[in-house]
Design a protein around this ligand. Structure first.
Ligand SMILES: [Zn+2]
Ligand SMILES: [Zn+2]
Length: 910
């Protein structure tokens, strides 16, 4: 590495190199400290992406925000650990491998369970975890030595322990229950995995003959007629006068011939359909409750694939929709089908495979959730966990206070198999940590392990404990638990965040504190803060979706603009609760910002080289003093250090409040606005390498320049880690004080002097310079020509302006400053709150040439005016033209009139 930076900034040339370096050098690995560490821990757990996943814009955003915070906290001296890993993603991964098998003409059933699971591991070996490579590419500063996979042995031990303990505590039970059943994946799925869609369907009326009163019927209405095969009753509201005469009577179930009772229940709404509802406990959650209340049997008429089973009589073997058709036809033929009405249904679909979910009675495992939920509610109520934005605490409470027992079994092959064994001899169940040899009830060796696996969220819910070694009481747990922060999306607030809180609070209360004392709820929580980030939408604020075709691939955009520009764009729009409209134009703007930084570095390095030639070398290790300039140091030095201090302070407070946007704006404004546009221009005047008499002054200026530039790089580095690493390493010319800029200290305001008077003075001078520039433009002073100014002010500002004449000369082409005795006016003067200024300039003009030029211009304007007048007077044109075109023309006309007037006046004045 040397001071030579290539002329052009090319992110592709530097980013891969640094991301590989960071990983190779294991810069962000955090071994377990031997003793209690001095620095407080800042631990963050990455929401584990699915092992099948690829980085999308949502990840890019989440990782950018997290990495900025993590880099910043690390540079602030915290013992910072960001733990990466992937989730085995039961349903998604099984689906993917099943699809692969299907391409080979095979099914998992043909393969058998063991071979199938083997196959999934193989798949993972070859294709899984692509997202981890992408994370390396974008520079996430995670500890790769701690990378986990939820199916790893150590994490599986934790899963087993958690299950067995909950079982021992009487918090796990098994029961027949109506679950959302996906007939494609043939597994129960949770309420959260069901997406509801409005769909046009029918409401069919079916007439059930009344046994006691031949010729009489009770008409029910249903949207799923095929489930009638499992009917066990018909229910009416007890107060519904229409049906009072049928209370206690029996009906003949059409097509099946079974006798079923008419029951009364006030849950039935007299207004829906006919006011009489069929009761099918095995295929509808409400009917299931109703059935339990009335002691009715449950008849399951469908198999795992939503085909009618043997209980469905003549319809056995038919797919549910085929059965529906046949049943309706048969009812029609028997004269039992009443009217058919169109009806909009809310259809539940499987979030993964989009199959219509079938409510189905099946044997499942559940967690009695209330005792866990109570602690999790208390943890947030008592402020042990804080949500940002705050409104998510409300959402959390709403869900937690209406929580149902958690169905944790899934009928999949890929996942943590439930540690329960069924005894073939006594039919009892043995739950154990280790595979038991004998039934714990009768001692029989005829055991078979439960086929179901655990819901994927059961294992990911344990991660904050299990990644640190739980159920062992590890030193890692002492040091890193609870984690400080979780950055995640609202879509997994219940799936994951709430479950981590429940499981963490439940299990960790049994783990003593590092000093051996008991652990209270406040230290059992899995994290102290949850930051829920917003969504990334497209530039038109539309949600990105494959169907709309507006999905932006972060890797593609990174290849085009560089990771730094993409990160900076995301950061500059990120604040709590605000969705991001990702725009390429802004990214291009931030790419230009990176370019500006690059060029400023080249300028700085060039000064260092020039200094060397002049015999001046600056020891970069001794620059701290330059950040505390003496009161008599040059104005611009005191000013830029003050501004840098202010910027560092603002970034710190913005990041504390998750105002990434404000932090980014501060850095941008400082780097581009103050450092590049002003300071670098002014400091050039002090760098007189050829003038031996000014050696001390030059050296001092160079020291300030280097000190400020180096601090600015550190301030920027969490936002743009690649370019800052490249420049910072080059600055140190192969001998950096740390292996990475990411391992240095974040700029601390206390290390820099605040100089209010320098700030005020410089602000006034800047104001003066901007005013003079604009005056010169209005007066059409040629760019190259210098002109003197007059300044009038009630204070000492005139003298200050005179003292900074070289700065004014350089930045506003001021050839001299005279202090005026009275207020200034006229078309060459301007007034501000602090001063009046006039540019003294006599235009030297060639009257004949000027007249010719103005005449030509007048003619041009006139032509345009005439043409637009003609168009705007044309009714036919106006009737057809879009409003925007008409408005444009009107605007143009007004502008032209103005220009015409001005030019005419100038011509007359000649
Ligand atoms: Zn499905
Ligand atoms: Zn037994």
């Amino acid at each position: 590495m040397s001071h030579d930076l290539p002329k052009a900034y090319d992110p592709t040339a530097i980013e891969d190199r640094w991301s590989a370096y960071w990983v190779r050098e294991r810069l962000f690995d955090v071994p377990t400290p031997k003793d209690a560490p001095d620095a407080p821990a800042f631990t963050v757990l990455l929401p584990p992406p699915n092992v099948t996943g690829n980085l999308h814009m949502g990840h890019m955003f989440e990782h950018t925000e997290t990495d900025i915070l993590v880099r910043w906290q690390r540079m602030c001296g915290k013992n910072t650990l960001w733990v990466p890993g992937t989730d085995h993603a039961g349903i998604a991964t099984q689906m993917l491998v099943e699809r692969q098998l299907a391409d080979e003409g095979k099914t998992r059933q043909e393969l058998g369970r063991e071979a199938f699971v083997e196959r999934v591991w193989e798949w993972r070996q070859h294709y899984g975890g692509n997202i981890l490579k992408q994370m390396k590419r974008i520079g996430d500063t995670v500890d790769w030595s701690r990378e986990y996979f939820t199916m790893d042995d150590n994490l599986s031990v934790a899963v087993r322990e958690a299950f067995v303990r909950l079982h021992e505590q009487g918090l796990i039970y098994r029961g027949a229950y109506i679950v959302n059943w996906c007939p494609v994946q043939q597994t129960a799925i949770s309420d959260l995995e069901v997406v509801h869609e409005e769909q046009k369907g029918n409401l069919w009326e079916i007439r059930y003959p009344v046994i006691e009163e031949p010729g009489q019927f009770l008409t029910i209405a249903t949207t799923r007629p095929e489930t009638m095969l499992g009917d066990v009753a018909v229910a009416v509201n007890p107060d519904d006068d229409r049906y009072k005469h049928l209370h206690g009577k029996r009906l003949r179930l059409p097509l099946m011939g079974r006798e079923i009772p008419v029951i009364t229940d006030s849950w039935v709404s007299a207004d829906f359909g006919t006011g009489a509802v069929k009761v099918t406990p095995a295929h509808d959650p409400n009917d299931f409750t109703l059935g339990q209340r009335h002691g009715l049997p449950s008849i399951n008429v469908m198999d795992e694939t939503a085909h009618i089973n043997a209980e469905g009589g003549a319809y056995a073997g038919l797919d549910r929709y085929e059965a529906r058709k046949r049943i309706l036809a048969d009812l029609e033929a028997q004269g039992l089908l009443g009217t058919t009405k169109e009806h909009v249904n809310s259809i539940g679909k499987c979030d993964r495979c989009k199959a219509v979910v079938e409510p189905r009675l099946s044997m499942q495992w559940f967690i009695k959730i209330q005792p866990l939920a109570d602690k999790a509610i208390a943890a947030v109520e008592q402020g042990y966990i804080k949500f940002t934005p705050e409104q998510y605490a409300k959402t959390y409470f709403e869900w937690m206070r209406n929580i149902h027992d958690w169905c944790i079994s899934r009928q999949l092959w890929w996942g943590h198999r439930i540690p329960a064994w069924h005894c073939r001899t006594c039919k009892q169940i043995t739950v154990a940590r280790e595979t038991p040899a004998k039934c714990s009830h009768c001692g029989s060796a005829e055991l078979e392990q439960e086929k179901d696996v655990l819901d994927t969220w059961f294992s990911s819910g344990l991660l904050p404990c299990s990644v640190f070694g739980w159920p062992r009481h590890s030193h890692d747990l002492d040091v890193f638990y609870p984690t400080q922060l979780l950055v995640t999306g609202f879509d997994i607030l219940f799936f994951w965040v709430a479950r981590m809180i429940m499981l963490g609070c439940h299990f960790m209360q049994d783990v003593p504190m590092p000093d051996g004392s008991g652990r209270e709820l406040k230290d059992a929580v899995p994290f102290r803060e949850v930051y829920i980030h917003a969504l990334v939408r497209d530039a038109d604020r539309q949600k990105m979706s494959k169907t709309k075709g507006n999905v932006i691939d972060p890797i593609e955009i990174i290849e085009h603009y560089g990771t730094d520009a993409v990160r900076f764009t995301l950061a500059s729009m990120a604040s709590p609760g605000t969705d991001i409209a990702f725009s390429e134009a802004r990214t291009e703007g931030n790419r230009a910002f990176a370019n500006k930084i690059w060029n400023s570095a080249r300028f700085v390095f060039m000064q260092v080289e020039r200094a060397k030639e002049a015999g001046i070398t600056v020891d970069l290790a001794g620059l701290a003093a330059a950040l505390k300039p003496a009161a008599d140091a040059p104005l611009e030095a005191r000013w830029i250090v003050s501004r840098l201090r202010m910027a560092a302070e603002n970034v710190q407070s913005a990041l504390t409040n998750y105002r990434f946007d404000e932090a980014a704006a501060t850095v941008y404004q400082f780097f581009w606005g103050e450092l590049c546009d002003w300071y670098l221009e002014i400091v050039k005047l002090r760098l007189n390498f050829d003038d031996v008499s000014q050696k001390a002054e030059t050296e001092a200026a160079l020291r300030t320049l280097l000190a400020v530039f180096e601090v600015a790089l550190r301030m920027l580095s969490p936002f743009m880690p690649f370019i800052t690493e490249e420049i910072w390493q080059a600055l140190y010319d192969g001998e950096p004080p740390a292996k990475s800029i990411a391992l240095t200290v974040y700029p601390q305001p206390a290390a820099m002097t605040d100089d209010a008077s320098a700030t005020t003075q410089m602000a006034a001078l800047q104001d003066l310079i901007v005013t003079v520039r604009s005056l010169r433009k209005d007066l059409a002073v040629p760019e190259k020509e210098a002109a003197p100014i007059e300044v009038f002010s009630g204070s000492a500002f005139g003298e200050q302006a005179q003292a900074n004449a070289p700065m004014l000369a350089k930045l506003a082409r001021v050839s001299g400053v005279t202090i005026a005795k009275a207020a200034l006016s006229g078309n060459n003067a301007r007034s501000t709150a602090d001063f009046d200024v006039a540019v003294v300039y006599e235009r030297q003009i060639d009257v004949a040439a000027e007249r010719e030029r103005l005449t030509k211009e007048l003619a041009k304007y006139d032509k345009v005016l005439q043409s637009s007048e003609k168009q705007l007077g044309n009714e036919a044109f106006l009737a057809k033209a879009p409003q925007s075109v008409v408005d444009g023309l009107k605007k143009q006309q007004a502008e032209m009139k103005l220009l015409y007037g001005k030019t005419k006046a100038a011509l007359d004045a000649l």
